[in-house]
Design a protein around this ligand. Structure first.
Ligand code: PLP
Length: 408
């Protein structure tokens, strides 16, 4: 451990509630050591086993594990084989890397405004944006609130097979009993350190389409027709062919071993996330000026994030609230800076598109993500809520309205 990190760990107050704490279980740690000692650490049999187990957890037909959700999105979009520059609808309130994936696939993002309640996109929103062109669409399940990809495809006037789901937040969510990703032409998941199935890094594409799965398996490893471990097996052959362009975006057995052990905990972790969200709701509903995250009808929320909206009646702005919580040892975050407020996208997507997303501009200054992870205790949630309640009582001044981020 370097000196900086060592002193930060020593000085951390054990009562602090960070925004996120990644748990790698003892079983996952042991599994990682087993792979490290095995003589084969990159993609191999362990990765195949992870794909099978993840597919069975989701109820999906095929799963292709890759290096990140960002790579998964790019690959799923490349898999559509659209002409260069084709228009792809994407929410503006999303992770900027997810929009970069559209650009890396050679396609053209068309930003869709946000729904003020769900923080995802609405049917009316995609229908309006589709007038600027829509060959395909990325549907993002913001914070874990599931959206119906078929309904959105209909509203946008495109085929369901042209929808790529960004399920980085959606693992554990379901609509009418079907898990997000179980019936999708392409649903992309993230195993980043903060996500519902944390491995550290990693991603996966779940698909109903066997041919797409085969293409993605070649695409993740330079377009080669035979994976490395198959070439190095005693019974294998050194020969391979390259039939299409590929990336270097494979999974590794080290990630797979951690992932397989973590997957056994996922059901329990999801139940705990839902309990914690309900506990937040019960307490925060009493505080004026705090808008709770909505609950979907006939659907299961994945509770990746617990995002509240801080309104004027709270008496402090979102940024003042975050700073005060930090003084009390409570970490928070903001998801996300709307893509059209970031300078690169303003420059490249043009002012016309970037100046017509009023709801995202309105809600962004209110968004605050509170800590939510399975090993939080009930007392942790109560402390976050009590601190917010104390802050609301002490606030006497009016909240300044926030400005779009990119304009500073
Ligand atoms: C909505 C969304 N999509 C995509 C990603 C990218 O995931 P990864 O870090 O696995 O590439 C993230 C990561 O935070 C995300 O929040």
């Amino acid at each position: 451990m370097n000196i900086d990190l060592a002193s930060r760990v020593e000085n951390a107050d054990p009562r602090d509630i960070p925004f996120c704490r990644t748990v790698i279980t003892p079983d996952a740690q042991a599994a990682a050591v087993r792979v490290l000692q095995s003589g084969w650490v990159t993609m191999g049999q362990e990765s195949i086993a992870f794909e099978e187990e993840f597919a069975s957890w989701l109820g999906a037909r095929h799963v292709v594990a890759v290096s990140s959700c960002t790579a998964a999105l790019q690959m799923a979009l490349m898999g559509l084989k659209l002409p260069n520059g084709s228009a792809v609808l994407t929410p503006t309130l999303t992770f900027s890397g997810a929009v970069q994936a559209i650009l890396h696939a050679g396609l053209r993002p068309i930003l869709v405004d946000v729904d003020e309640q769900s923080l995802g996109v609405s049917e009316a929103g995609v229908a309006a944006a589709a007038r600027k062109g829509a060959e395909a669409m990325v549907v993002q399940h913001m914070a874990g609130y599931p959206l119906d990809a078929r309904d959105l495809a209909n509203a946008a006037g495109i085929s369901h097979s042209r929808v790529v789901e960004d399920a980085a937040h959606g693992l554990g969510a379901a609509i009418a009993g079907a898990a997000i990703g179980s019936e999708s032409p392409a649903a992309c998941f993230s195993f980043y350190a903060t996500k519902n199935l944390p491995i550290g890094e990693g991603g996966a594409i779940a698909t109903t389409d066997r041919q797409l799965a085969d293409r993605l398996r070649a695409m993740r490893l330079h377009g080669m027709t035979r994976d490395a471990w198959r070439r190095y097996e005693l019974s294998g052959s050194w020969e391979y062919s390259v039939e299409d362009v590929g990336l270097k975006a494979n999974f590794t057995d080290l990630q797979a071993a951690i992932g397989r052990a973590q997957l056994r905990e996922l059901g329990g972790w999801q139940r705990r996330r839902a309990e914690l969200a309900a506990r937040y709701d019960a307490h925060l509903v009493r505080i004026r000026g705090i808008q709770l995250p909505p609950r979907p009808l006939r659907a299961v929320h994945a509770w990746h994030l617990y995002i509240v909206q801080i309104h004027e009646e709270f008496g402090r702005s979102r940024d003042e609230t975050a700073a005060s919580l930090a003084e009390h040892g409570i970490g928070t975050s903001v998801h996300f800076i709307p893509v059209h407020q970031l300078s690169y996208f303003r420059r490249t997507l043009g002012t016309e598109m970037c100046s017509t997303l009023p709801v995202a501009d309105l809600v962004f200054p209110r968004l605050l993500s509170l800590p939510l992870y399975p090993d939080m205790s009930d007392d942790d949630v109560d402390r976050v809520c009590q601190t917010l309640e104390d802050l609301s009582r002490r606030s006497s001044h009016r909240m300044p309205i926030g400005e779009p981020h990119g304009s500073r």
